[in-house]
Ligand binder design. Structure first.
Ligand code: NAP
Ligand code: F7E
Length: 334
């Protein structure tokens, strides 16, 4: 019997890759999406990855508990992946309450809907390395103390703890993946990797000359979304629920990631990048480096795509998009 999965945040980066993975595994996939006046643009990623016709899209909103209960009742999923959130850290400083509602309380809405309408379903919560914030250990693992540095991270931490609370209180199979940054050609254009690869494409094609960036010294542990959604699925195949870090174990500065993107097309990054104060954050996460030992040991999970290969894939995809005048995402201002 094929399994049924419900993915919230299906229109986002991870939603697209996870849909593809689960469909390949024979799942029936339902994706929760918000109603929008620009519906056709929301499904761009699912279209790009070639699964739009195979995912059953269903309307609902993480802010509306009734809609979630209705959806879970209708779908009766075996597995629920809660990926929906306000995900951009910079925006969370401008919209802290919305971020708290969607990214934090929204997870409780989803847990409640599952508890009431499909209590036997396995649940995945998209926790984040941002919860480590001002990192208290050199390599961050499942046992490292948290120190959130943004409204986004604080909201994710609430969602992380409430998921553990539902696991212990109601014996739900609820797991949290503490995922470090993961990117792809489907990454939102405001995140730094995609902002860089899109700018590199425009500069290479003669459509732009410069790229404004903020803190070049920040370090991140960047992996590929395709590897990370596989880890999400592996967590829900375990007999018991638990929390796992997914990371590569390598940390790189924004400067070196940027250099890699310009190198890919034979350009010198220093000829084009300028630092802009307005792109610095009120509080920065300076250093992240994940320790994925537990995921390797228990799940058998390994990242397979390195930073340079991923950045190259992203630059190539953006060159292609920028050559095609009709691509909508490519017109979003960086
Ligand atoms: P993303 O591309 O920004 O996608 C976010 C998704 O959430 C979109 O589908 C968005 O829908 C949906 N959403 C936002 N508000 C909603 C609401 N009120 N109701 C229903 N859906 C809503 O994010 P991602 O990179 O795929 O990340 C997936 C999850 O992993 C997120 O929870 C993120 O915080 C977490 N995470 C990501 C990373 C990373 O490096 N990518 C690392 C750690 C954790 P619209 O299309 O309508 O906006
Ligand atoms: O920033 C620095 C910025 O916005 C990375 C989300 O998926 O990963 C993501 O959060 C670093 C920061 O990602 C620019 O200051 C410099 O230090 O790509 P980002 P993030 O904040 O790490 C975590 C794991 C999540 O969970 C989040 O949802 O790059 N940086 N200059 C810049 N960042 C941006 N966006 N734009 C710049 O111009």
């Amino acid at each position: 019997m094929s399994k049924t999965a419900l993915i919230t945040g299906v229109t986002g980066q991870d939603g697209a890759y996870l849909s593809q993975l689960l469909l390949e595994k024979g799942y029936t996939v339902y994706g929760l999406m918000r109603r929008s006046a620009s519906q056709e643009f929301l499904t761009e990623r699912l279209k790009w990855i070639g699964v739009l016709d195979d995912v059953n899209l269903i309307h609902g909103d993480l802010l509306d508990l009734a809609s979630l209960i209705h959806v879970v009742n209708q779908v009766k999923p075996d597995e629920v992946y809660n990926l929906a959130a306000q995900t951009f850290v910079h925006t969370s400083f401008d919209q802290p309450l919305l971020t708290a509602q969607v990214t934090g309380v929204g997870a409780t809405h989803m847990l409640e809907a599952v508890r009431l309408a499909a209590p036997g379903a396995k649940f995945y919560q998209a926790s984040s390395s941002e919860m480590f914030g001002k990192a208290q250990e050199k390599m961050q693992s499942e046992t490292t103390p948290f120190y959130p540095r943004s409204p986004y991270a604080a909201a994710k931490l609430y969602a992380h703890w409430i998921t553990g609370n539902y696991r212990e209180s109601y014996q739900m199979h609820a797991s949290c993946g503490i995922l470090f940054n993961h990117e792809s050609p489907l990454r939102g254009i405001e995140f730094v990797t995609r902002k860089v690869t899109d700018a590199v494409a425009r500069i290479k094609l003669g459509q732009a000359k410069t790229l404004d960036l903020g803190n070049l010294d920040a370090r991140r542990d960047w992996g590929h979304a395709r590897d990370y959604v596989r880890g999400m699925w592996m967590m829900l195949q375990q007999p018991t629920p638990d929390d796992y870090v997914l990371a590569t174990g390598r940390t790189v500065t924004v400067r070196d990631m940027t250099k890699a993107a310009f190198d890919h097309v034979g350009l010198n990054w220093e000829d084009h990048v300028q630092v802009s104060n307005r792109l610095f954050r009120p509080a920065e996460v300076d250093f992240l480096l994940g320790d994925p030992a537990k995921a390797r040991r228990v799940l058998g999970w390994e990242p397979t795509i390195g930073l340079e290969e991923m950045i190259g894939e992203m630059v190539d995809a953006d060159l292609e998009r920028r050559r095609q005048a009709g691509d909508v995402r490519a017109r979003v201002p960086a």
